[in-house]
Design a protein around this ligand. Sequence first.
Ligand SMILES: [Cu+2]
Length: 101
Amino acid sequence: MSAGYLSITNNTDELISISRVESSQFESVQLHESVIEDGIAKMHRLNDLSIPANSTIKLEPSGKHLMLMRRSDTSRQISLRFYSEEALLLRVIAPLKKRIN
Ligand SMILES: [Cu+2]
């Protein structure tokens, strides 16, 4: 299992909601949020990711992130597609890194 971190900027005047993320290199990609409950770090699955008009959200460790499950190749680059309902919003190519903490 891998985690995906990135910043996404919405430079339109309308809220954008990302409802689905896909990668042909993983069996599934989920939107997650890390929270602390009773002193224990947990992750929740999110149904979507809202980016308010003219703002940037950060997917980062101990916050919202992508959970990339069951990888099906060995490439050093990960290709991701972000959708709002059926509309493709964004394509991202990201490097794969070893966890450093
Ligand atoms: Cu997660």
